[in-house]
Design a protein around this ligand. Structure first.
Ligand SMILES: [Zn+2]
Length: 85
């Protein structure tokens, strides 16, 4: 990939999202709940953000951003300190 700033992945949120998905999920969407690959349906609604999926096997919704900010390291550290006190 070149560093072309006119590339839609830099200017179009949906194109950027699809690019991100292809990097994160080269084999299709992966459900963070049950780990099933490429069995999720993308929501296509007026009020629905792009990148929202529903896993068919476990029927739970998830987004392509799911799991990025949920590493709860800070919380674990806190609990450790509380346990010592
Ligand atoms: Zn699932």
């Amino acid at each position: 990939m070149t560093c072309d700033l006119t590339n839609p992945i830099f200017t179009d949120e949906e194109a950027a999202g699809k690019h991100f998905e292809s990097l994160r999920w080269p084999d299709g969407p992966i459900c963070p709940h049950c780990g099933t690959v490429n069995e999720a349906t993308e929501f296509k609604g007026e009020s629905t953000r792009p990148g929202l999926y529903k896993c068919r096997p476990c029927q739970k919704p998830f987004t392509r951003h799911h799991g990025h900010a949920t590493t709860n390291i800070g919380g674990k550290e806190k609990n450790k300190h509380l346990g010592k006190a």
